[in-house]
Write a protein that binds this ligand. Sequence first.
Ligand SMILES: Nc1ncnc2c1ncn2[C@@H]1O[C@H](COP(=O)(O)OP(=O)(O)OP(=O)(O)O)[C@@H](O)[C@H]1O
Ligand SMILES: [Mg+2]
Length: 288
Amino acid sequence: MPAIAVDLGAGVRREQVLSEALPYIQAFEGKTFVVKCGGAAMESQEADLFARDVTLLKKIGIRIVLVHGGGVEITSVAKRLGIESTFLNGQRVTSPELRDVAQMVLAGKLNKDLVAQINRTGGRAVGISGVDGPTINVRRAAEGMGLVGADVECDPAAITHLIAGDFMPVVAPIGVDANGVIYNVNADVAASAIAAALGAEKLILMSDVAGVLVDGELAHSLTKQQAVHLIEDGKISGGMIPKVTNAFGTLDAGVHKVHVIDGRVDHALLLEVLTNDGVGTEFIRDIA
Ligand SMILES: Nc1ncnc2c1ncn2[C@@H]1O[C@H](COP(=O)(O)OP(=O)(O)OP(=O)(O)O)[C@@H](O)[C@H]1O
Ligand SMILES: [Mg+2]
């Protein structure tokens, strides 16, 4: 998938864009942002650009916590091992063999690749999985899904220790239950639980689409009521379901903003955080 470059457009000057960033920098200094990057988005945007963005945001005083997906890579490694993947409501039905593949790909390969990229740019990233700490606690398996964690809760102690040491935590979405059983956890579910536990300012979900599309058009904002209808009508499906269904619980938990943005766009994260042009879809509370 080719990356998409953003044109400044006629009459928009570099210095104007830089200067516009000041109020955002002032507002966000010391705040926590949880950024989830999906597997497909990670493949299309140059990893180096994303690494530079998160390092820049950290350097201006935003506390960045990353959670990464890995859907595409898990499917392809499993396939090479002769294991086919099936999905239900956007989440992978996880046999013990698939759980092992997910654990290896997420905590072994992708987490370390991302950490290495960020550290090349001076971001002081430290990779952990949800098993470490433990950070991502699973109460039960999702019904009919095999080893997919449900009733997921985050204990943020390990993450807050890393932040206090000026490190950038990078979390692989696998979880563990009270018996030490390891589960595959959808990365959106993990990111939502982490954002809620940290009382984050923002949860930003970077995917491989422009945002939530309704009949091919980008929805700039979405309420819970609208989302429920769109899922019922089949207009929101697959991997968009866990993003949408978890977004509203995250807002209820006190996170101020939850967005889906287009991770294929070069520097999508910087544009979202530091310019007047919000990109993608913002989830908003229903007006009572
Ligand atoms: N209404 C919709 N708007 C946008 N995308 C949708 C919609 N309905 C379904 N989708 C699908 O959701 C996908 C995004 O979820 P997906 O799980 O594939 O990726 P991800 O969550 O970004 O990455 P990962 O699963 O690796 O963390 C889109 O690529 C699209 O195919
Ligand atoms: Mg997904």
